[in-house]
Design a protein. Structure first.
Length: 105
């Protein structure tokens, strides 16, 4: 499973942050690793660098499952950690739901 992390101009995309995000996502999605080819993460600041308000960091995540359409979602958080962890939790539930429905068909 390949994890790609992208940021907008208002978020500093350091190597350490990308590594942390990749590790967090890979660990959370490990049980689906054989079915996921790639996860793309896009981080953006909804306030475009202005004064931060509650939940202004958006994490858009897309997972590509074999034999399925790409799964995409968004999560807002007060900081990068909350945005990434929230989106990752949502993605786990979405993949579980998608694979569960596919098994019942």
């Amino acid at each position: 499973m390949q994890v790609q992390v992208h940021t907008d101009n208002h978020i500093e995309g350091t190597e350490a942050m990308a590594q942390w995000a990749s590790t967090t996502i890979t660990t959370a999605l490990a049980r689906f690793a054989g079915q996921i080819s790639r996860v793309e993460v896009h981080l953006s600041d909804e306030n475009a660098g202005k004064k931060n308000t509650a939940e202004s960091i958006q994490c858009t995540m897309e997972a590509r499952l074999e034999g399925h359409q790409p799964l995409a979602l968004k999560h807002l958080g007060a900081n990068l950690n909350q945005a990434i962890e929230g989106a990752t939790e949502k993605m786990v539930r979405l993949i579980e739901s998608t694979l569960g429905r596919a098994a019942r068909v």
